[in-house]
Design a protein around this ligand. Structure first.
Ligand SMILES: Cc1cc2nc3c(=O)[nH]c(=O)nc-3n(C[C@H](O)[C@H](O)[C@H](O)COP(=O)(O)OP(=O)(O)OC[C@H]3O[C@@H](n4cnc5c(N)ncnc54)[C@H](O)[C@@H]3O)c2cc1C
Length: 382
């Protein structure tokens, strides 16, 4: 029996759901991936379709229109996308937006936005980073002033995932008001409702070519108190910190899926590639490199599954989630580099999935908090 690295938590119900997800990806995403890469985004239709199939916001309670599942349902989607090297759509960022509403929104905000996110009617994005502030979010310049009746938002954001297609953006801004001066709030922006909202360039990247990563601009956008997450200004930093373990585990899990996919692709390739009159897999170096990958995948699976079990019981702490994000993203890059090497020149070709997986992997060590920020967090408890 070949190695398969199945999650330890996969049961019958989850396997049925996994089959639905895989069918969707294989029939409705994989065939159009090259088209999306050329265009620089996946388009709205695929979001609506994923919503119809119940693939979005699977861990949001049913009463808010979600799937009523848990992190394992989310993980099935990210891992299946990772196996296939599908990075155009970012359901993980979409889920993060949903969790901000679930954990910090008022009842009215939850009732209003969560069903729309789950249906894929509104594509979600989260806008924190700015040209001069990424790791150090306290340095953001996007600010909200107040005239006592409403807030006015001005500023810009960059590197925003789903930014071009987004219809619902959570914007992290600094308050410039007498009551909350210098504090932060998360503003809810329905993009089509505000004239002062605009999307800049879809950024040209060295990977994630089908993923729309954009600049966003806010020019005198008037917002009411109801358009602040939780309707309490000044709570933004707390809201941001509260969801970090969830966000970091998502990225670690995406790394898990990508590593498994890259390993499988490579095993298949070296079985079929002939060198010096025999299959490449017969060379001791090839088998040893693959054996190392098996060891990495087994350790990675045990670590990710442990984190998933912890998040299910509410016991995943920020340090452990940061360690998972740090290590899995690093391993993803190392392992896929070895996969490229075993593919020889073909590994460097854009038309080969392994080459694309290599370019896509790099950013995993940057977004969602860089390696260095993860190390800062982990080392706080030394
Ligand atoms: C494809 C992509 C998608 C993204 N999606 C989103 C999104 O949806 N929403 C969003 O808000 N942002 C998003 N980002 C932004 C991302 O989160 C930031 O790029 C990241 O947090 C790093 O910030 P920065 O680019 O400003 O780098 P900087 O913060 O300037 O960091 C530069 C270097 O300095 C290091 N550094 C910084 N602080 C320290 C420190 N204290 N000690 C040691 N070293 C340090 C960093 O680790 C890094 O190596 C995305 C980025 C990319 C590339």
């Amino acid at each position: 029996m070949p190695y398969d690295f199945q999650p330890s938590w996969l049961n019958e119900e989850l396997t049925t759901y996994k089959n639905t997800v895989e069918r969707f990806l294989d029939t409705e995403m994989v065939p159009y991936d090259e088209e999306s890469r050329q265009r620089g985004h996946v388009g709205h239709d695929i979001w609506r379709r994923a919503g119809q199939l119940g693939i979005l916001c699977t861990d949001i309670p049913i009463e808010y229109g979600g799937g009523g599942g848990d992190f394992r349902h989310e993980a099935i989607l990210y891992e299946a996308m990772g196996h296939r090297g599908l990075t155009g759509m970012s359901p993980s960022v979409h889920s993060i937006v949903a969790h901000y509403f679930l954990n910090h929104g008022t009842e009215e905000q939850k009732q209003h936005y969560l069903p729309k996110l789950a249906q894929g009617e509104l594509v979600g994005a989260i806008a924190m980073s700015e040209p001069d502030a990424g790791s150090d979010l306290r340095g953001i310049r996007t600010k909200a002033t107040s005239n006592g009746k409403h807030f006015t938002l001005n500023g810009s954001k960059t590197f925003i995932t789903n930014g071009y297609l987004a219809e619902l953006v959570l914007v992290f801004a600094k308050m410039d008001t007498p009551e909350d001066n210098g504090k932060f709030s998360v503003f809810i922006i329905e993009t089509k409702k505000h004239q002062g909202y605009s999307v800049g360039n879809r950024l040209k990247k060295i990977g994630l070519k089908a993923q729309d990563t954009s600049e966003l601009f806010f020019d005198n956008i008037n917002l009411s108190n109801r358009e602040i997450l939780g309707e309490t200004p000044g709570r933004g930093l707390y809201q941001l910190m509260a969801d970090l373990p969830y966000e970091r585990l998502l990225i670690a899990d995406m790394a898990m899926g990508a590593m498994e996919g890259a390993y499988q692709l490579t095993v298949e390739y070296v079985r079929n590639r002939t060198v010096f009159g025999e299959p490449l897999i017969n060379k001791q170096n090839t088998r040893f490199v693959l054996a190392n990958m098996v060891a990495t995948l087994k350790v990675a699976r045990a670590f990710v599954d442990d984190c998933i079990n912890k998040i299910l019981t509410g016991s995943l702490d920020t340090e452990t989630a940061s360690a998972a994000k740090l290590w899995l993203a690093q391993q993803q890059n190392l392992l896929i580099d070895d996969c490229v090497q075993l593919h020889g020149g073909y590994g460097f070709m854009d038309e080969y999935l392994i080459g694309r997986m290599f370019s896509d992997a790099r950013v995993q060590r940057i977004y969602g908090g860089t390696d260095e920020i993860m190390k800062e967090i982990i080392s706080r408890k030394l």
